[in-house]
Design a binder for this molecule. Structure first.
Ligand code: NDP
Length: 454
């Protein structure tokens, strides 16, 4: 399998991919390794995870460069991802003992009721390329700590990062038959989901997630899907326009708009629409697009080349239906995959730009008359990952956010993930969750003990 740098189009590595027979063998290896791993005391498993953290710190710059080379992410943002990863590992290491400890729920002289948290067994962890350290570690760190074996399939577009992860985990003491990387494209991922695993934990698109859910459904195994979003932001008329424009522009264009929780739709109260648009466009004009290895770059490459067509089609559709293009709108000619930062106004929900996941540096801004209209539009989507509101009025923010269907809601912030809070979606954004203490327990099966003494 060829690994290509999306910023230049150059082939940077060739790796051997696993065919269906190799995937089967890897499954058998993990099945044999899991039993032994589950018997290793949890403190030892946590020590190995602390060793993994030490290796990330030691290799941080190499890891950041590899990530930038294979996905086109600006180097500063690659470093940010690795720093964020350390915080997530810290959270899991600090919280796992408490989250997984045996609980005595009830006792009287004749009866005791307890819960233990049993590992699921062997799980498949199929991961996306946009934040490979985040979306991977949200699964494999707590899953390993809880005593599972993990068959880890990085996206084909983040394979080198996936192999770094495997190497560091193995060096830190996670046995090779407990964390097993599976390398390949979508066909390899599909072969993995056909194995008799005890759970499938997937991060990726709705389209692929739906296929995985269908294939796993008949086997009655745990399926967790972290999928896409069409995340809205509403700016009220009392908001600080400059601060909102700066925060939302970052939320829409960070990681070149290729985040599951990127801002994908902006609704602005009509009375401040023009002022907000002017401030927003000024912010976006300040974003530098270019060589992802350059420290000053903020907008990087589009990781998957076919995605340029999706962006082009959304632009053409919006223009045809009367949207006003204020900035960008085109593929950048030359080597690699590049799309200009693009801003539209005069958009509506007849346009793909406001309904389908864009997953790129492109955004529409729509004027709304009041809070009710804003909430109706925010909820007019199959997705429900995150939603945000900007206003100084706490009561008003809570009232609006309470009505929005989304896994995470934000007041005066956006495009934010905390390891302390559950990460989940509604509708086509997925099922299940990662992060928080729930995201530790999700890799276990609670077992109920009814104990009656003689
Ligand atoms: P894809 O759905 O294309 O791929 C995700 C993973 O599934 C990859 O490893 C892919 O392999 C693999 N795969 C592809 N086809 C199959 C199949 N039939 N069976 C099993 N596995 C398969 O998503 P992307 O990697 O392009 O990621 C972008 C999407 O992920 C966006 O929609 C984004 O919103 C979402 N996402 C959601 C997050 C969340 O937390 N909710 C976080 C991050 C991203 P390969 O890449 O090798 O083809």
């Amino acid at each position: 399998m060829k690994i290509t740098n999306p910023a230049t189009g150059a082939v940077i590595a060739n790796v051997a991919a696993d065919n269906a027979a190799a995937v089967r063998r890897k499954y058998e290896v993990a099945r044999a390794g899991q039993d032994r791993w589950a018997k290793v005391p949890i403190r030892k498993r946590l020590d190995a995870m602390a060793g993994f953290r030490d290796r990330i710190v030691a290799m941080q710059e190499t890891l950041a460069r590899t990530l930038t080379h294979e996905v086109g992410k600006p180097i500063r943002q690659s470093r940010n991802e690795l720093n964020g990863l350390l915080g997530r590992i810290d959270f899991f290491v600090a919280e796992s003992l408490r989250a997984l400890r045996e609980e005595k729920i009830y006792s009287d002289p004749k009866l005791e009721e307890r819960i233990t948290h049993e590992p699921l067994g062997v799980i498949a962890n199929i991961s996306a390329w946009n934040y490979p350290y985040f979306v991977g570690s949200n699964v494999f760190v707590p899953a390993l700590v809880a005593g599972n074996a993990v068959l880890y399939k990085p996206s084909e577009f983040a394979t080198l990062t996936g192999l770094h992860i495997a190497e560091m985990l193995h060096e830190a003491g996670i046995p090779r038959d407990v964390f097993v990387p599976v390398v390949g494209d979508g066909a390899t991922g599909a072969a993995l989901t056909r194995q008799p695993v005890d759970g499938v934990f997937f991060t990726g698109s709705y389209a692929t997630g739906a296929k995985i859910a269908a294939s796993a459904g008949r086997r009655m195994i745990k399926v967790q899907l972290e999928l896409g979003g069409k995340d809205p932001v509403y700016v009220c008329e009392d908001a600080d326009v400059q601060a909102a424009a700066a925060g939302i522009a970052d939320g829409a264009f960070y990681n070149t708009g290729q985040s599951c929780c990127s801002v994908e739709r902006i609704y602005v109260h009509e009375s401040i629409h023009d002022a907000f648009v002017a401030a927003f466009v000024a912010e976006v004009k300040g974003f530098r697009m270019g060589d992802p290895m350059d420290e000053a770059t903020y907008i990087g490459a589009i990781t998957r080349r076919p995605h340029l067509d999706v962006l082009k089609k959304q632009v053409a559709d919006a223009r045809k239906k009367g949207a006003k293009l204020l900035l960008g709108g085109s593929v950048v000619r030359g080597k690699g995959n590049w799309f200009e930062p693009t801003v539209f106004t005069d958009v509506d929900h007849s346009m793909a730009l406001m309904k389908d996941e864009s997953f790129g540096p492109i955004i529409g801004i729509e004027a709304v008359a009041d809070d009710e209209a804003a909430v109706d539009l925010m909820n007019d989507t199959e997705y429900g990952l995150t939603a945000a509101v900007y206003t100084p009025d706490a009561k008003r923010a809570r009232k609006i956010l309470a009505k929005v269907r989304a896994g995470s809601v934000y007041w005066n912030c956006c495009d934010r993930v905390s390891p302390r809070l559950p990460w989940s979606g509604v509708g086509h954004s997925g099922i299940g969750l990662t992060l928080s203490t729930y995201g530790i327990q999700t890799f276990t099966r609670p077992k109920a003990w009814h104990l009656r003494g003689a």
